[in-house]
Design a protein around this ligand. Sequence first.
Ligand SMILES: C[S@@+](CC[C@H](N)C(=O)[O-])C[C@H]1O[C@@H](n2cnc3c(N)ncnc32)[C@H](O)[C@@H]1O
Length: 187
Amino acid sequence: MSCPAVVIELLRHLDLGPGHRVLEIGTGTGYTTALLAQRTGAARLTTMEIDPGLARDAAARLRAADLAPCVVAGDGELGHPARAPYDRILCTAAVRSIPAAWLRQIRPGGIILRPFDTPFGYDELLKLTADHPAATGEPAAMVTFMKLRGQRPPRPYAELGRPAWTAWHPHRVTAGPSGQHIRQAAR
Ligand SMILES: C[S@@+](CC[C@H](N)C(=O)[O-])C[C@H]1O[C@@H](n2cnc3c(N)ncnc32)[C@H](O)[C@@H]1O
C-alpha cells in the first residue's frame, strides 16, 4: 500500500473530475483505487496489477466496499486498450521510461502522472500532458515508490536521456515515439 499522505499528493496532481476515464497501474491493496472510484465513478475506472493474488484480493476488498471497477491482472506496461482512451493514467510504481502503450491510450490533453526514477535517491512525480504522439511535463513533487516490475534491473541513467546537470535545475520531460528527452527549463 502506498503511504496515504503520498496518495493524497498523487490525487491532488491528477486533477481528476467526475466523468473522467482512468487507468491506474499498480492496484496493490486497492486503497488508491477506492479513492479514485469515489471521485470518478467505478464504472469509468480500470486498474491493473501484475501480481494476480494482489489483484484478486483487491477486487474482493473493493466489492466488499460496494465498488466494482474493472480490475485487470496483467502487466500495466501494456495498458488496457479495450477500455481506452483514458483521460488520466496514474501509475503508482516508479517508471524509468514511459511505455509506448500509455502514449497510445491517453486521450489528447489527458494527463499521465507517474513517479519518475532518478539517480538522486528519490523519484520525481512527473505530470505529463498528452499532445499526440508525445506527452510533455515537469516534476510536480518528490516521492519514493517501488519500480514497475519490468523496469527493476539496474541500467545506466544516461540511457534515460538525463543530462549531466544536477537535481535542482528546473527541467521539462517529453516522452514520445522516439524516446524520452529531458531539457533544462527556461528560468
Ligand atoms: C506502491 S504499490 C501500489 C499500492 C497501491 N497504490 C495501494 O494503494 O495499495 C505498487 C504496485 O505496483 C505493482 N506493479 C509493479 N509492476 C507492475 C506492472 N508492470 N503492472 C501492474 N502492476 C505493477 C506492484 O505489484 C505493487 O502492487
